[in-house]
Structure formats: C-alpha cells, structure tokens
Write a protein that binds this ligand. Structure first.
Ligand SMILES: C[S@@+](CC[C@H](N)C(=O)[O-])C[C@H]1O[C@@H](n2cnc3c(N)ncnc32)[C@H](O)[C@@H]1O
Length: 464
C-alpha cells in the first residue's frame, strides 16, 4: 500500500483516452493542423488585418507594413509542447520562413534561440541549425527538444519511473537531501519539497541513457512552477497571496506522472518525423554579440531577440534553475549577460548616451528626462543589438536573409519602436531592407506584464 494514493492506473487511462480521441479528431491533446484559411478582418480598433489560420502558405503575398493575425494550432505539437517559455515563437512562423528562405541541408542560425522553436522546425524540415543562447537552462531545454528518443527504451523507463513513484513515503527523503537555495521554504510547501527531491532521486536511480534522463529532467522542470507557491502565469517568479493557490500533498508526484506520459507521446511523434543525418548544435561559449562561427557560414538567420526591459529570463526560470542545479544563489552574473537586462550599474546611467539614429536618440532623450536608468537600458539594448546585427552580417552568406521578430514596448510612457530603430541600424551596417510586416500577438504561453503589453510583433526581413 503506498503512503499517498496515487491513482497511476487512472492517470494512465485518462491520458491514453485523450490521445486516442485526439487521433479521432474530437479531442485536442495536441493541437493538430487544420487546413489553411485566409481572410481579411477588422479588429476592435477598426484596423484591417489579414487573418491566416493554421499552416502559412509558402507563397503568401506580403506588402510592406501589412498586418497579419496568425492563428496557431501547433504550439504543443511534437517537442514544441514540452515546456513553457516566455515569448516563444508559434511554430508555423519559423516553419514558413525557413521553407520560404532556405533550402534542404542549408545551415540556419538562431542567435537568441530560447526554447529552440526555430531549431525544432529546421530539423523537421531537414535543415542543419545552430542555436545560441546565454542561458544554460535554455540550452538544456533546447537540446532535449531536438534530440531523438528511442521509443521502446523510453516506454520501459516510464514504467520503471511510475513504479518507483507509487512507492513514495515522506520518510524516504532525508532533510539533508533537499537542495538549498534562497527562500526555498517560501517557494515550496514541505510536502512538495520532499516529493520533488524524491523525483530527482528516481531520475538518478532509473539510470537510462543520457537522452532519456535529460528528457525526464525537463519533464521535472516543467512541473516546478505549478507545484510551487508562485503564480503560474507570470514571467517573474512571484508569490501572490490573493491567488490562494491550491497546492496539496502528492501533487508533485501526480503531475510528474501525467507529464512524463503526455510528453513521451510528443517525443515519439517528434522522433518518428525527424531525419537522423541533420545536425543541431547549441554551443556553450557563444553570445549573440560574439558568434564563434566563420564568415559567410549561414544561409539564413532567424530569431526573436529579447524585448527591451520586459522579460527577465533568469528570474522567470529561477526555481527551475535551482532544482536543475545550474545555480544555487545569486543570478546577477547571469542576468548581466542578457540583452535587454535591467541589471545595470549606477555609474553607467548618469549620462545620456546616443546610438546615432535620430528617431531612437530622440526617444532615449525623452525617457532620460523621466528616468535615466531606463534610458540607459533602452540605449544598451540598441547598442547590443547593433553588435549582434554586425556579427550576423559577417556570418551570413551573400544574399542570405536575417529575419527578426521584434516587439515594441512602452518605457516610462514612451512607445519604444525597437523594430524601426533596428531597421535603421541594420541599414547603416550594410543590410538591404527586403520587407517587413506585423504579426498580432494573441497566444503567448506566459503573458508579459500588463503595463509593458506588447501587441504587435514586427517581422523584419534584412538581406546581406
Ligand atoms: C524572445 S526569447 C527567444 C524565444 C525563442 N524564439 C523561442 O521560440 O523560444 C530571447 C532569448 O534571448 C536570450 N538572450 C538574451 N541575451 C542573449 C545574448 N546576449 N546572447 C544570446 N542569447 C541571449 C534569452 O535567454 C532568451 O532565451
């Protein structure tokens, strides 16, 4: 008799039922592709948009400045659905751009690869790819999402893990086995701490090949926010008393059981659909401002850089970072590596800095009058992106495209139009502007804070 009644058979049956129904088309475990539907619509502000449902046709015509509303159905398909990640691409967008602007076996770069949506799509569409990200958690997630998994091997592993889970007793976890990190006991109830530590022990104990144990670690990571006391739907990790979050004993174990079954179905589908001779790399010692690859190496570069001053990635994933042992204390050093970071030094923002683009400098000056720190953050973002644009220019083949998906935001009441400023900076470097269009944002997994709401992403297509 197990200590907590964890109804594994019920969990398994529930998930398998969902899956079977998904195949019959009357239940969505994964969001399956629908046939494309394109129409012109008017939004609540009376603006005209082109609405594209599902797969985006490769030959879709684009006019400069046109605004689209893309409706995505594939956000949890394949390995895309393994883990939440703020401001991630919906897969149809990079899939479309990869097919339109590259050939099979080309090498594609995403210099801000995040959760590797570009790399997953490149792989599924038979292009080699490189993903650069300064965040170790992102690189770990990216690796799992792009790695083949042997189905019979994973099935055995999941059976073993489930059999271990039902044996759980709190006495199995010694206090000394709990990880130490700042404010640990505020983030987690004691029962949950013990269950999470037990899951970590199981992952070590079952001892399958590294790809499988990494997959289990990502499943483990994907439940951490939900079983913590922090708000599930905020980019910052914060406890909100008002939410009255209902966390109960056995919740971590049950969620983990559910997630490994659901995510394994995603991985089987993914692994069946990827070629085995395509290379995907996530180098550790690169930075979007220092790309350690040769000149004219990539055929296409496709990315969404961080938004200035909107998402603090290390803070979003701090609990996951602690549990996966990427850090156990201060995240300041990691934050400083991030473009768009708010971690800046006082001596840097005493003076007004200029980037050399008239519209941007005017905006930075307006912000400076209200808040010199935020003015410096905005300036530094553009300066860092200038470095990135130069590095991508160097590493792109002649005629290759650099496609950026960039959001605007508001800083101290000033609309900061990053995409316009980046286009000007790009032209100064030598890029030609091929085209640009808007994509309305409706379905990000985690919403960015309300006052910084970003409503339109601008897709800018630059050419070397
Ligand atoms: C908007 S996210 C990318 C999301 C991605 N398109 C996806 O689908 O998941 C931006 C990413 O840039 C990364 N980043 C920030 N500064 C960086 C830098 N200096 N070099 C490389 N990556 C950086 C962040 O860690 C974050 O993962």
């Amino acid at each position: 008799m197990s200590y907590f009644q964890i109804p594994l058979e019920i969990i398994k049956r529930k998930i398998i039922d969902k899956h079977e129904k998904a195949y019959k088309g009357n239940y969505k475990l994964f969001d399956y592709e629908k046939s494309t539907n394109i129409k012109t619509i008017t939004n609540e502000f009376g603006e005209t948009l082109t609405r594209v449902d599902g797969e985006i046709p490769v030959d879709l015509e684009i006019e400069n400045g046109q605004r689209f509303l893309f409706i995505s159905y594939d956000q949890s398909k394949y390995s895309h659905g393994l883990h939440k990640y703020p401001a991630k691409f919906f897969p149809e967008l990079p899939r479309w751009l990869i097919k339109k602007y590259s050939e099979k076996n080309d090498i594609i770069l995403d210099p801000f690869s995040g959760s590797a949506t570009t790399n997953v799509e490149a792989l599924l569409n038979r292009r080699h790819s490189v993903g650069i990200d300064v965040d170790p958690f992102s690189r770990f997630l990216a690796k799992v999402k792009t790695t083949f998994i042997n189905e019979p091997e994973l099935k055995n592993c999941i059976d073993d893990v489930l059999n271990e889970i039902i044996k759980y007793k709190p006495a199995f976890v010694n206090k000394r086995e709990l990880p130490t990190f700042p404010y640990r006991d505020n983030w987690f109830n004691s029962e949950i701490l013990s269950e999470l530590a037990f899951i970590k022990k199981i992952i070590k104990k079952v001892n399958y090949e590294i790809n499988i144990s990494n997959f289990l670690k990502i499943c483990f990571s994907s439940i951490i926010r939900a079983v913590s006391n922090a708000d599930n739907n905020c980019t910052r990790t914060v406890v909100r008393k008002k939410l009255n979050k209902n966390i109960f004993p056995s919740m971590a174990l049950t969620k983990f059981a559910e997630v490994i079954i659901t995510n394994s179905l995603r991985m089987y589908e993914f692994s069946k659909n990827i070629p085995r001779n395509i290379i995907v790399e996530f180098p550790e010692d690169n930075d979007a401002r220092k790309i350690k690859y040769p000149d004219e190496y990539f055929s296409l570069t496709l990315t969404s850089p961080p938004y200035v001053n909107a998402v603090d990635y290390p803070r979003t994933h701090q609990l996951e970072i602690y549990w996966l042992e990427f850090a156990n204390g201060s995240l300041t050093e990691l934050k400083r590596k991030h473009i768009g970071t708010e971690s800046v030094k006082v001596e840097d923002y005493k003076l007004l800095h200029k980037i050399g683009v008239k519209e941007a400098d005017k905006k930075i000056e307006n912000i400076f009058k209200k808040d010199s720190r935020r003015a410096f953050i905005a300036y530094k973002f553009l300066k860092d992106m200038e470095e990135n644009l130069k590095e991508v220019y160097r590493t792109l083949k002649i005629g290759g495209k650099y496609i950026l998906v960039v959001g605007n935001n508001s800083i101290r009441g000033e609309i900061f139009e990053s995409w316009l400023y980046l286009m000007k900076i790009a032209e100064n470097i030598g890029y030609k502007i091929n085209s640009y269009f808007g994509s309305e944002i409706i379905n990000h997994f985690i919403k960015v804070p309300r006052e910084e709401r970003i409503n339109t992403d601008w897709v800018i297509i630059l050419e070397k």
